[in-house]
Design a protein around this ligand. Structure first.
Ligand code: HAM
Length: 437
C-alpha cells in the first residue's frame, strides 16, 4: 500500500485578478493619494459637493442617455439580470447616474446650479491595453441646473487644467469643439450623410450601420479606414446656429481670458449621445511620455435630464481617468510631496513589556500622536531597524525594568541618545519633542 501523505494539498494555480482589472497595492497608494488629494482640493476650491451613486444602475439609465448605438452601450457594458428579473448594469461612466440622482432626489431644490463631484470605479468591457482598462477610476465634476452660461463650460475646463497643474503633469493638449443643438445638428447630420454615402464601401461594418442611425458617430470611429475619411468630412463649426456659435465664441473668450491654450478640433464629437454644444478632450501628445489618448474629457449636456424624463436642465461636466493620469505621472517622473512619516515608534523588550506596548500606543493615539510599531518582532534591535527604515525620529521603548518602575525610555533615533521618563509624563514629553523637532 502506498503511504498517504495527509498534509499534501493538491497544487492549484493561484487565482489571478480579472483581465483589465488591477489591484492598487500599498506601494502604489502614495501616487493614488496624490491624485485623490488634487481632485478633492479642486472640488473644495471651486465649491463642488461630493455625491456618491451606486455602482449598479438599471440598464435603461445608460441606454436612455449614452445612446443605444454608442460603443459603450453596444459592446462594453457589464449587464446582469437579478433573480427578480431586474436588468442592471455596472456603471460605465458617472454622469448618467449623477443626473438620475439629481432628478430622483430633487437636488435642484438645494440651489441652482448644483456643483457636484464624484470619484470611483467605472466598468467597460473594452480590449485592455496601456491606459485602457475594464475597471478604471474616474473623478467627475458636473454643474447641473441654472442657465447654460458659457462661463460654466470654461470653469469646467479650467478645473481639469488645475488638476493637471496640481499633479505637475505637462504636455497635455486641450481640444475643443461645439457639436451644436437640436436646431443646427440635424442640418449638419444631413451634410455628413451626403459626404459619407458615396464612400460607404470604404467604411467599417459599424459605421455603415451608424450612417443610418447616427452619422455623427462616424467621426468618432477609431478604425483606421474610417479615420482616413474623416479628414475631408464637413466642418460643424461652419454649420452652427447663431445661438450655438455665440455660445462657443464666449467659451473660447473665457479660455483666452484664463490663459488656457486650446486647439479647435471641428471633428471632435465624443462617443456619447448626451452631449450638445461644447465638447472637449485633454489628449496626450508625443511630448507627454506616453500616448494614451484622452486623459480628461467632457462637455455640455443640456438635454440629458429631459432624455431621462426630467425637466429641461442645462448641465456641463467632465471626468478625468486616474489610471491614465498616473501613467503620465510615472512617465514624467513627477516627484510627489514628501509622505508624512510617523515620527514616533513604539518598541518593547520582552513578553511582558509587549502587552504594555499596545497600551502605550493607545495612550499616544488618544493624545493625537499616531505611532508606528513592529511589536510582533521579538528582538528590540530588529524593531529599531524597522523604526529607522520607516523614518521615525523618536522611539518609546518599554522593557521589564520600565514596567516595574512605571516608566518608559524615550530615544532620539538620530542621535542615539535616550532618557527614562515616568509613564505619566510620556505623552507630554513626546509632544514637546515633536514640537521642538
Ligand atoms: P469618457 O471620455 O468616456 O467620458 O471618460 C472620461 C475619462 O475616463 C477619459 O478621458 C479617460 O481618462 C478615462 N477612461 C475612459 N475609459 C477608460 C478606460 N477604459 N480605461 C481607463 N480610463 C478610461 C465620460 O465618462 C463622461 N461621463 C465624462 C463627462 C462628465 N462628461 C460630462 N460630464
Amino acid at each position: 500500500m502506498t503511504p498517504v501523505k495527509i498534509d499534501s494539498v493538491p497544487k492549484e494555480k493561484a487565482p489571478q485578478s480579472v483581465k483589465g482589472m488591477h489591484d492598487v497595492t500599498p506601494p502604489q497608494q502614495e501616487v493614488w493619494d496624490a491624485v485623490r488629494t488634487a481632485v478633492s482640493l479642486c472640488a473644495h476650491n471651486y465649491s463642488f459637493s461630493r455625491i456618491d451613486t451606486p455602482f449598479l444602475e438599471h440598464v435603461k439609465v445608460f441606454e436612455k442617455s449614452l445612446g443605444v448605438d454608442s460603443d459603450v452601450i453596444e459592446k462594453e457594458m457589464y449587464i446582469l439580470t437579478t433573480k427578480g428579473g431586474d436588468v442592471l448594469a455596472l456603471r460605465p461612466e458617472g454622469t448618467a447616474g449623477v443626473v438620475r440622482a439629481y432628478l430622483e432626489n430633487g437636488l435642484s431644490r438645494l440651489g441652482s446650479p448644483q456643483k457636484l463631484y464624484y470619484e470611483g470605479p467605472m466598468f467597460r468591457h473594452e480590449s485592455p491595453q496601456a491606459g485602457r482598462l475594464r475597471q478604471f477610476t474616474q473623478a467627475g465634476f458636473e454643474i447641473i441646473g441654472g442657465v447654460n452660461d458659457p462661463l460654466y463650460d470654461a470653469q469646467i475646463i479650467l478645473i481639469a487644467a488645475r488638476i493637471f497643474d496640481a499633479l505637475k503633469i505637462k504636455h497635455i493638449q486641450l481640444h475643443v469643439n461645439s457639436i451644436g443643438c437640436r436646431v443646427c445638428r440635424p442640418i449638419y447630420k444631413k451634410q455628413l450623410i451626403a459626404y459619407y454615402k458615396p464612400l460607404e464601401s470604404q467604411l467599417c461594418e459599424d459605421c455603415v450601420r451608424r450612417l443610418k442611425t447616427n452619422p455623427l458617430r462616424l467621426l468618432d470611429c477609431k478604425k483606421q479606414q474610417c479615420q482616413k475619411l474623416k479628414a475631408d468630412a464637413p466642418n460643424i463649426l461652419d454649420k452652427l446656429c447663431v445661438t450655438c456659435s455665440q455660445h462657443f465664441k464666449e467659451v473660447l473668450e473665457y479660455l483666452d481670458e484664463l490663459g488656457i491654450a486650446y486647439t479647435l478640433s471641428p471633428h471632435l464629437v465624443r462617443g456619447l449621445d448626451y452631449y450638445s454644444k461644447t465638447v472637449f478632450e485633454f489628449l496626450t501628445t508625443e511630448k507627454t511620455g506616453v500616448e494614451i489618448g484622452a486623459v480628461a474629457s467632457g462637455g455640455r449636456y443640456d438635454y440629458l435630464a429631459e432624455m431621462m424624463g426630467g425637466k429641461s436642465t442645462p448641465a456641463v461636466g467632465f471626468a478625468v481617468g486616474f489610471e491614465r493620469v498616473i501613467e503620465i505621472m510615472k512617465a514624467q517622473q513627477v516627484v510627489l510631496p514628501q509622505k508624512q512619516v510617523k515620527r514616533v515608534f513604539v518598541a518593547h523588550a520582552g513578553e511582558l513589556a509587549k502587552k504594555k506596548a499596545l497600551k502605550i500606543i493607545e495612550d499616544l493615539q488618544k493624545a493625537g500622536v499616531s505611532c508606528a510599531e513592529s511589536l510582533a518582532r521579538e528582538s528590540l534591535a530588529a524593531q529599531l531597524k524597522v523604526a529607522n527604515k520607516e523614518g521615525a525620529t523618536l522611539a518609546v521603548i518599554v522593557g521589564q525594568k520600565e514596567i516595574y518602575e512605571e516608566s518608559v525610555i524615550i530615544r532620539n533615533l538620530a542621535l542615539g541618545l535616550q532618557e527614562t521618563f515616568p509613564l505619566h509624563r510620556m505623552v507630554e514629553e513626546i509632544k514637546k519633542r515633536l514640537k521642538g523637532a
